[in-house]
Ligand binder design. Structure first.
Ligand SMILES: NC(=O)c1ccc[n+]([C@@H]2O[C@H](COP(=O)([O-])OP(=O)(O)OC[C@H]3O[C@@H](n4cnc5c(N)ncnc54)[C@H](O)[C@@H]3O)[C@@H](O)[C@H]2O)c1
Ligand SMILES: [Zn+2]
Ligand SMILES: [Zn+2]
Length: 338
């Protein structure tokens, strides 16, 4: 079989490997489609602190069952499935309280261990979710990024009552926008890239804010009558924006949900947190949210096709990564087809 391997930062190759053997609790998945995520690009550029090399990247992938282990449960060869890349230990504190996505020894396929950019992958059966056979493969590959949308909705207790700000209209911000609109919230969204803001408008954003031309605090005053946003998502990974989100933008009893993960320190004031009973909430990956997302896809309540801008055959992964680097105004999600 062929595997797409980031051999060292900056060097990607398609190599021949053995089809992996499966353990009795595993299934073999024949990969059909896989999405390129910002974090794959970071691993390619050597900018992900968690990744080791050589690495088969890719944590957004779907395919067909090709083989079923004796103890893997109710799967049949040919069934369409999607794989949750989160692997946890099952017995640390986070796992015991039902938060396995922040397991002490968390492993993510495509980051800490080999992932989905290869023709076959051996996967633990409990990470595998069945899909309707008529769901197009490239859509199936977006279940994982939409699971981030589901997770952040839970973490922020997103409801139709909320006035929401999303900082960042990248693929993830645009997914959060779709989830927030599905729930009936009023949503403003911030970015610097006009094409992404236009996409946000098409997807139902009630206000788009171009940070190059509009002051965020002024926009807040206009959109919320000066009351502040009830729920803010920080998905630009800009520490200064997070500081503004905590200090200047929330309402009383507001929540700020943090998706970015820079290591930059920022000044925050106790009074801004205490005075509003502000909640600053972290969110990481997803905590068993795939079934919820598959239900959204079945019901047509979100539009995953709106996030997909390009497809490439997987053998051209190097070109796809380069295209993504060179066209930030055009690319949202590239899907590799197998
Ligand atoms: N916590 C998690 O589980 C999780 C999961 C997925 C992604 N992420 C993170 O969420 C973030 C968003 O992911 P993405 O794939 O959409 O990334 P992305 O880089 O495509 O999107 C970020 C967007 O923020 C905009 N931006 C950057 N600086 C800005 C500024 N100063 N003002 C206004 N806009 C600005 C960019 O133009 C871009 O459109 C990334 O930091 C990613 O690492 C976190
Ligand atoms: Zn991703
Ligand atoms: Zn654990």
């Amino acid at each position: 079989m062929k595997s797409v391997v980031v051999e060292t930062p900056g060097k990607i190759a398609v190599v021949e490997r053995e089809i992996p053997a499966i353990k009795e609790n595993q299934v073999l998945v024949k990969v059909k489609a896989a999405g390129i995520c910002g974090s794959d690009v970071h691993i390619f550029h050597g900018k992900n602190a968690f990744a080791t090399y050589p690495r088969v990247v890719g944590h957004e992938f779907a395919g067909e069952i090709a083989k079923v282990g004796d103890q893997a449960g109710d799967f049949a060869v040919g069934e369409h499935v999607v794989v949750d890349p989160v692997v946890s230990c099952g017995h640390c504190y986070a796992c015991r309280i039902g938060r396995h996505n922040v397991c002490t020894s968390l492993h993510v396929m495509g980051v800490h261990e080999d992932g989905g950019f290869q023709e076959y992958v051996a996967v633990n059966a409990d990470q595998v979710y069945k899909l309707p056979a008529d769901l197009p493969w490239e859509i199936a590959a977006t279940v994982e990024p939409f699971s981030i949308g589901a997770q952040v909705a839970h973490r922020g207790r997103l409801s139709g009552d909320d006035t929401v700000l999303i900082c960042g209209a990248g693929p993830i911000g645009l997914i959060i926008l779709q989830v927030a609109k599905m729930k009936g919230a009023r949503v403003a969204i911030l970015d610097l890239e006009e094409s992404r803001l236009e996409k946000a408008k098409e997807l139902g954003a009630d206000m788009i804010i171009n940070g190059n031309t509009t002051d965020l605090v002024d926009a807040m005053k206009e959109f919320t009558d000066g009351l502040g946003f009830n729920l803010i998502y920080e998905a630009t990974a800009n520490a200064k924006i997070l500081a503004t989100c905590i200090r200047d933008l929330p309402s009383q009893a507001g929540r700020v949900v943090v998706l970015g993960f820079t290591t930059q320190e920022l000044p925050i004031r106790q009074v801004d947190i205490m005075g509003r009973e502000l909640e600053i909430i972290g969110t990481r990956l997803n905590n068993h949210r795939f079934p919820e997302v598959i239900d959204w896809f079945k019901a047509g309540s979100v539009k995953p096709q709106e996030i997909i801008t390009h497809t490439f055959p997987f053998e051209k992964a190097a070109e796809a990564f380069q295209f993504s680097d060179e066209n930030p105004d055009k690319v949202l999600k590239i899907i590799l087809k197998f």
